[in-house]
Design a protein around this ligand. Structure first.
Ligand code: UD1
Length: 427
C-alpha cells in the first residue's frame, strides 16, 4: 500500500491547477448510459473513482475509452447486460447508486448492491428509493442488493425529507426518460447538480431549476450523445486554499469558479487570510497566524461538509478556540484522533469539534481513515514540525488527482512510497 511522506513547514507558493469535479464526474459517467449514441466527457479528474466507474461501465458491456493524458472519456452507451454490475467494483464507490436511476430509466430494471464509499456514519438511501417509488418503480432489497423494476416510469411530485445530493441527482437522472413531468422539491443545490443537469440537457433532456430547491424535469423519449466538459472541483480547490493559508503561503488556485468557493473564502477571511479572486482563479495568502472561527457545515451554499475535516486541521493551529459543527454527516470526526497524534488539542462533543489552537503540530505516523480525513492530515503535515507518514493513501487517491505532485510543484516536501496504486486500478 502507498504512503505519503511529508516534511512540514515549507510555505506553499506558486500556482496550482484544479482538476474536474469528482462528484460531477461520478454522476456524468453513469448518466452517459442514458444516451443512444456516443458521449464524450472532458476535464475528468484522474482519480480512482473515475477509473472504477469506467470499469463498471465496461463490465456492463459499454465501450469506454479513457485518454489518461487529457482526462477525456468516450463512452459508447450500448450495453449488453444492465443487471449485475460487479460487487467488487460497486462496493468501493458510493456513487454506484446512480446506476439505479440510470438503468431503471433506460432499461426498466436495475440491480445494484448497496453502495460503499467513505465510512462517515450511516449513509441511508431511503430518499432515493422514495423517489423511484413515486415514479412508479417497485423496489426490493434482497441479499444486500437493491432491485428496481418499472415497465415505464411516470413523472411525479417528490418532496425530499432531507436535502440530499445523491437523491436529487438520482431522481433527476431517472425522471429524464419518464412519461410526463417530475418535480423535485427541497432539492440539493450543489454546483455538481447544475453540471449534471446541463449535461442531461445537452443530451436532449428537459431539466429546469437545477441550482434552486425546485427542479422540474419534463420526460423525453430518448437522449442523444453529446460532448460535455465537467466543472472544476470545488472541494479540491477548497483543500488547496486551506493548505495555502495553513502554511502561511501565497498560492494562486487556477481553473476554479470562485462563486462556488464563497463560504470557504468567507471563513478564511474571517480567520485573517487575504483572498483575492477574479475570473477563474483565487489567490490565497496566509498573512498571519489564523484567528479562531466557528463553522457549521450545511448543504450548498453553506460551508461544505467535505471541507470540514481540512478546515479542522487548519484551525488546530489557530489562536484561540474554534468550534466546528457537522450537521450533514453523523460521525465525520475520525480524523480527530489522528490529528491529536500530531499534537492537536481537539475535543469532540456530539456533532461539534472544540478546537483549542496549539502553537505548532508535530509530525507523526497517521492513517487516512477516509478521503477528506486524508486531506486534513496532509494539511496538518504541511504545517507540522518534522516528518509525517500518511498511510492508507488509497482513500486520498479516490478524490484528489496527483496530490503529491501538485503539492510538490508549489513547494511542499512530499513524496510517495510505492507509487503505483493508480496504475493498478486503471487496468
Ligand atoms: C454527496 C457527496 C459527498 C458529500 C455529500 C454532502 C457525492 C458522490 N458525494 O454524498 O462527498 O459529503 O454529498 O454534500 O456526490 N440522507 C438520508 N437519506 C437518503 C440520502 C441521504 O437520510 O436517502 C442523509 C445522509 O445520511 C446525510 C445527508 O442526507 O446525512 C446528506 O447526504 P447526501 O447529500 O445524500 O450525500 P451523498 O449524495 O451520499
Amino acid at each position: 500500500m502507498d504512503k505519503l511522506v511529508i516534511t512540514g513547514q515549507n510555505r506553499l507558493h506558486g500556482k496550482v491547477r484544479i482538476s474536474g469535479a469528482k462528484n460531477a464526474a461520478v454522476a456524468v459517467i453513469p448518466a452517459a448510459l442514458l444516451a443512444n449514441s456516443k458521449v464524450k466527457i472532458e476535464n475528468l479528474p484522474l482519480i480512482s473513482d473515475v477509473y472504477r466507474y469506467g470499469a463498471i461501465l465496461r463490465s456492463l458491456g459499454a465501450k469506454v475509452e479513457f485518454n489518461h493524458h487529457k482526462g477525456i472519456m468516450e463512452i459508447d452507451p450500448k450495453i449488453k447486460d444492465p443487471l449485475n454490475p460487479p460487487y467488487e467494483l460497486i462496493k468501493k464507490l458510493r456513487a454506484s447508486y446512480y446506476l439505479l436511476g440510470v438503468l431503471l430509466a433506460k432499461y426498466g430494471e436495475a440491480q445494484v448492491s448497496l453502495p460503499g464509499g467513505c465510512d462517515i456514519g450511516s449513509r441511508p438511501i431511503d430518499q432515493h428509493i422514495k423517489g423511484f417509488e413515486a415514479l412508479g418503480a417497485k423496489i426490493e432489497l434482497e441479499h444486500g442488493m437493491i432491485k428496481a423494476k418499472a415497465s415505464k416510469l411516470k413523472g411525479a411530485q417528490i418532496y425530499l425529507d432531507v436535502v440530499s445530493v445523491g437523491a436529487t441527482m438520482n431522481i433527476m437522472l431517472a425522471a429524464t426518460l419518464a412519461e410526463g413531468q417530475t418535480i423535485i422539491e427541497n432539492a440539493a443545490k450543489e454546483p455538481h447538480i447544475v453540471d449534471v443537469a446541463n449535461f442531461l440537457n445537452a443530451m436532449g433532456a428537459r431539466v429546469k431549476g437545477a441550482g434552486t430547491d425546485v427542479i422540474k424535469i419534463q420526460g423525453v423519449d430518448r437522449l442523444k450523445g453529446c460532448t460535455h466538459m465537467v466543472i472544476p472541483d470545488q472541494i479540491e480547490a477548497g483543500t488547496y486554499m486551506i493548505a495555502a493559508a495553513a502554511t502561511g503561503g501565497d498560492v494562486v488556485i487556477e481553473n476554479v469558479i470562485p462563486k462556488h468557493l464563497d463560504p470557504v473564502s468567507a471563513k478564511l477571511r474571517e480567520a485573517g487570510m487575504k483572498i483575492e479572486e477574479d475570473g477563474d482563479y483565487i489567490r490565497v495568502r496566509g498573512v498571519q497566524k489564523p484567528k479562531n472561527v466557528n463553522i457549521k457545515t450545511l448543504p450548498y451554499p453553506g460551508f461544505p461538509t467535505d471541507l470540514q475535516q481540512p478546515i479542522t486541521a487548519f484551525l488546530s493551529i489557530a489562536n484561540g478556540t474554534s468550534i466546528v459543527t457537522e450537521t450533514v454527516w453523523e460521525s465525520r470526526f475520525k480524523h480527530v484522533d489522528e490529528l491529536k497524534r500530531m499534537g492537536a488539542n481537539i475535543k469532540v462533543e456530539g456533532r461539534s469539534a472544540i478546537i483549542e489552537g496549539v502553537e505548532c503540530l508535530s509530525g507523526a505516523p497517521v492513517r487516512a481513515t477516509d478521503l477528506r480525513a486524508g486531506a486534513a492530515l496532509l494539511i496538518a503535515a504541511l504545517t507540522a514540525e518534522g516528518q509525517t507518514e500518511i498511510f492508507d493513501v488509497y482513500h486520498i487517491d479516490r478524490g484528489y488527482q496527483q496530490i503529491d505532485a501538485k503539492l510538490r510543484n508549489i513547494g511542499a516536501d512530499i513524496y510517495r512510497v510505492n507509487g503505483d496504486y493508480l496504475k493498478s486500478v486503471a487496468k
